[in-house]
Design a protein around this ligand. Structure first.
Ligand SMILES: Nc1nc2c(ncn2[C@@H]2O[C@H](COP(=O)(O)OP(=O)(O)O)[C@@H](O)[C@H]2O)c(=O)[nH]1
Ligand SMILES: Nc1ncnc2c1ncn2[C@@H]1O[C@H](COP(=O)(O)OP(=O)(O)O)[C@@H](O)[C@H]1O
Length: 191
């Protein structure tokens, strides 16, 4: 793969608000394009296949791992595989856009390693663990069990925050949107 374009990586514990921030950035800057990940979890009612994710069965996902179709992939939760397809990176670069990734924390660090100085990495943090829990509950996408799994994972992920180029505390949406715009614009204006 030719590494000839800039990429922007957003990572966060589930519920911190990275998808909300990424959606905002995409709505105000049409040079950016969202990297649609492949995943093997159930589609939520609000999600569209090929827009939010490429939804695959576990078997199809494993076949793509075998055929080395991923830049990176992870079994984020049991039987819930997520990954960035090489074909997706090409699709976006062929459209001459800057890729925006919305991936979990380990995935974000792997992408940072892969893309090197073409990448900027941003860790989105909720103001507190309590607030993270409130947001996940309000989103109404989790059962009590999956909520606890996500909160436990979040505690581990917080330790990696300092390995990212920026930590963006997502307190109020409007201020977070502005902070994200500033970080991204200065990256796009550089070299
Ligand atoms: N490593 C990796 N993680 C991903 C990818 N796409 C999504 N994820 C992460 O997988 C986790 C679960 O995603 P999802 O079920 O959509 O949860 P949500 O972030 O709580 O909406 C999140 O932390 C996502 O950021 C990917 O391509 N690679
Ligand atoms: N700054 C904020 N204040 C309050 N709620 C927020 C904020 N940012 C996002 N949310 C809400 O919190 C929930 C989790 O946000 P989401 O963007 O889905 O997080 P992630 O992609 O990191 O899992 C959503 O219901 C979203 O509307």
């Amino acid at each position: 793969m030719k590494l000839n374009e800039k990429v922007i990586i957003f990572s966060a514990p589930s519920g911190a608000g990275k998808t909300t921030i990424v959606r905002h950035l995409l709505s105000v800057n049409n040079t950016l394009a969202f990297s649609i990940s492949a995943c093997s979890r159930e589609r939520r009612n609000t999600e569209i296949d090929g827009k939010d994710y490429y939804f695959l069965s576990v078997d199809d996902f494993k076949r793509k791992i075998q055929s080395k179709s991923f830049v990176e992939w992870e079994e984020v939760y049991k039987d819930h595989y997520y990954g960035t397809l090489i074909s997706e990176v090409h699709r976006i670069w062929e459209g001459h856009k800057i890729i925006v990734f919305d991936v979990d924390v380990v995935g974000g660090l792997n992408l940072k390693k892969y893309f090197g100085d073409k990448a900027i990495s941003i860790f989105v943090k909720a103001p507190s663990l309590k607030e993270l829990e409130t947001r996940l509950r309000n989103r109404k996408t989790e059962t009590e069990h999956t909520l606890q799994t996500r909160l436990n994972k979040a505690k581990k992920e917080m330790k990696f925050a300092k390995e990212f180029d920026f930590i963006l505390v997502n307190d109020y949406p409007e201020t977070s949107f502005k902070k994200a715009e500033r970080i991204v614009n200065s990256f796009l204006d550089s070299h």
